[in-house]
Structure formats: structure tokens, C-alpha cells
Design a protein around this ligand. Structure first.
Ligand SMILES: Cc1ncc(COP(=O)(O)O)c(C=O)c1O
Length: 382
């Protein structure tokens, strides 16, 4: 059986999430804006889901806006908040963002905003002092990834939030990879805007959330009717919203039961097994400030792509991009100072809620065997 170790790319829909959704794809098809019972049922279901999402991140239900995913949430947060909240024309972000942050920032730069990208250290983390220096130069918005999707490295969000607020800037956190895997509380962290992507926590693709702290203004990037308090027009994706609500309820349950610590044990076991057969394998990123489920490893002497191609049993990803004539190393690893040649050895292994010890053992064996095959191929070719 193939082993799925790519949960940072997407997760399967949890069976209970699907069960919660199905009635809204069948008989409960009403439009939540309709004034008869079928519409009310849909509207009530959205309210319940909003409550579950809010509870997972410590927000109030009215601070939750449903979107089409993490990308749209980031776009509303970045393009929609910079104008109406004080009007400062500078944005601080980092060199390790997802394209869903990078691209809207690039667009704002083309529109005349100053965009400052803070670099990271070899451990993938921003130095809070670098952030403070950049923010005090007149930032209106700070937008940062919470957990990096390729490396799983966690940024020092709390310290950076304090600097942002001290200097009157809003802070948006792209928590698409963090929510559901670790405890995230918007009030404890004092965050203004936060993005969630449903398909990273066992809900369907095409649904997400933007948390907007009460009092923070966002301009809609779409124009239309008044759904989501006018902040995100368009008839609600009721079934997916219900699914995301249930996924958040289940995530809160898992976190209460200690899923983070259990995941750390499994992930460490996978790395220890790989290291046992491949002593020179390197784990990238900070050793402890990281997601519990993510290992980004550099296979020595072989490209990550070649290792995965030789290992059909394991589904995982590399951070590299394949161009017509050559492979290009991950920009995230390059931003951390990993040399191009070493960075080409990267493979991201991301475990999920249903990953078993047996799968970890089998995956470690299969990956080590694939690496050995690649090395043997390299030796015979040279
Ligand atoms: C950190 C991060 N932000 C944003 C996104 C985009 O989310 P979506 O795929 O729901 O648009 C992703 C998805 O890969 C992500 O990993």
C-alpha cells in the first residue's frame, strides 16, 4: 500500500467531516439568504460551523469570515487591510512566505507600496530584532507565515506582534499550516488577521477562513452582495463551510487529547530511522521551533526528486521546481542559505493524523532503499 506523507500539500477529508457535509449536498440545498425553512437550515448550519472555527482559534464567531481558501484569505488580509486602517504605505513580510502572500505583496509593490522582506537565519527563523527594525520604519501591515509549508519552521510570532503593535502596524499571520497541528489562539497571540486553509486540516479544498479582529477594517477584494457581513460577497459554500466547522471541532478534540506530542514522537522516529541508515542526512530548519508533523530532509549525494522517483511506495514532495532542462532548488531553502547542490536533495515528509508507526517504519525503509539505489546508479555512471 502506498504511504501518504504529504499532509502539508493536502489532507484527506476526515470521514466525520464528509458525513457532516453530505446532507448539505443532498436534501439541505437551501440558500442561506432565503427566508423559508430550507434557507434557515443552511444559515443555522453556517452559524454552528462559525462557532467551531472560532472556538479552535480563540476568536468570536463574528470575527470569522469564510473564504474560498488560504489564498483568498491572504489576499483579503493583505490587499484589503492596508488601505482602510491608517493608510500607511509600507508592508513588512519575510523571504520564506507562501506565494499566496508573496504575490499580493508584489502586486502592492507595483501599486507603489514599499514592501520590505526580512531574511531568515540558517534555522529558517526571522530574528525578532530584524523585524522590529523593519517595522519601526513606518509599516502599516506586517504579514508573516506562522509555520513554513516546506520546512515546518515556526516563526517567533508573539515577539513580532508586540513590535507591530508598538509601532501601530496591523499583523496578519498566515496560519494555513499551523491551525489544527498546534494550538493557535488569536487572543493570546494578539493577532489582527489570520488565515486558515480547510484542506490542510481534513476539510475539503476550496474553503478557508480569514479571522479579522473586531474593529479591524477590511475592504473586500470582490464586489457583490452582502454575505459574510459584506466582507466576502458570494453565496456561501454551505457544505464546505459545514465540513470546515466539523474539521475544526475534531482538531480541537485531537489537540486536547495530546495529538501534538504524539506526532512529535512519530516524526522523530521517522528521522531517527532515516539517520540510522543514512548518517549524513540533514534535517533542515530549527530543531524544536517547528511543526510536529513536518520533516524537511536533505538526502546526501542524490536529488530528492530522484529518491522519490525511485520510491513509488511513498508519496511526498520536494521543494524544487522542474524546468525544461534543469531542476531548481527550493527558494525557501535557498533563503535559509542552503547551497543549491545540497538543497536539491530536499524531500518534505509531512505526517498526518492517521499516519501509523508501521507506516513510518515502512516509509523509512523504502526511502533508504531508494536512496541506496540512486547512489549505486550515480557510482556506476561515474
Ligand atoms: C502557508 C500556506 N498559505 C497559504 C496556502 C494557500 O491555501 P489554499 O490552497 O487553500 O489557497 C497554503 C497552501 O499550500 C499554504 O501552505
Amino acid at each position: 500500500m502506498p504511504i501518504y506523507l504529504d499532509h502539508n500539500a493536502t489532507t484527506p477529508i476526515a470521514p466525520r467531516v464528509l458525513d457532516a457535509m453530505l446532507p448539505f449536498l443532498r436534501e439541505q440545498y437551501g440558500n442561506p439568504s432565503s427566508s423559508y425553512a430550507l434557507g434557515h437550515a443552511a444559515k443555522d448550519a453556517i452559524a454552528v460551523a462559525r462557532g467551531h472555527v472560532a472556538a479552535l482559534i480563540g476568536a468570536e464567531p463574528e470575527e470569522i469570515i469564510f473564504t474560498s481558501g488560504g489564498t483568498e484569505a491572504n489576499n483579503i488580509a493583505i490587499r484589503g487591510s492596508i488601505g482602510p486602517n491608517g493608510g500607511k504605505r509600507a508592508i513588512v513580510t519575510s523571504t520564506v512566505e507562501h506565494p499566496a502572500t508573496d504575490e499580493p505583496c508584489d502586486q502592492l509593490a507595483r501599486d507603489g507600496y514599499a514592501v520590505h522582506r526580512i531574511g531568515v537565519g540558517a534555522d529558517g527563523r526571522i530574528d525578532p530584532d530584524d523585524a522590529r527594525r523593519a517595522i519601526r520604519d513606518g509599516a502599516g501591515l506586517v504579514t508573516l507565515i506562522h509555520a513554513q509549508n516546506e520546512t515546518g519552521v515556526l516563526q517567533p510570532v508573539a515577539e513580532i506582534v508586540a513590535s507591530a503593535h508598538e509601532h501601530g502596524a496591523l499583523i496578519h499571520v498566515d496560519a494555513a499550516q499551523a491551525v489544527g497541528k498546534i494550538a493557535v489562539d488569536v487572543k493570546t497571540l494578539d493577532i489582527d488577521l489570520l488565515s486558515i486553509a480547510g484542506h490542510k486540516l481534513y476539510a475539503p479544498k476550496g474553503i478557508g477562513v480569514l479571522y479579522v479582529r473586531r474593529g479591524v477594517r477590511t475592504q473586500s477584494v470582490l464586489r457583490g452582495a452582502g454575505q459574510e457581513s459584506g466582507r466576502r460577497p458570494g453565496t456561501e459554500n454551505v457544505a464546505s463551510i459545514v465540513g470546515l466547522g466539523e474539521a475544526c471541532r475534531l482538531a480541537a478534540e485531537r489537540l486536547r487529547e495530546g495529538s501534538t506530542a504524539q506526532m512529535v514522537v512519530l516524526t522523530r522516529d521517522l528521522f531517527a530511522r532515516l539517520q540510522h541508515t543514512i548518517p549524513d542526512i540533514v534535517l533542515t530548519g530549527h530543531p524544536t521551533a517547528r511543526l510536529p508533523n513536518t520533516l524537511n530532509v536533505l538526502f546526501p549525494g542524490a536529488s530528492g526528486r530522484a529518491v522519490l522517483e525511485a520510491c513509488q511506495q511513498v508519496m511526498a514532495s520536494t521543494g524544487s521546481a522542474c524546468h525544461a532542462d534543469r531542476e531548481e532548488a527550493s527558494a525557501i531553502l535557498r533563503a535559509m542559505g542552503v547551497p543549491e547542490r545540497k538543497a536539491l536533495g530536499a524531500v518534505r515528509l509531512s505526517l498526518g493524523a492517521t499516519t501509523t508507526t508501521r507506516e513510518v517504519e515502512d516509509a523509512a525503509e523504502a526511502l533508504a532503499e531508494a536512496w541506496r539505489k540512486c547512489m549505486a546508479g550515480t557510482a556506476s555512471a561515474s
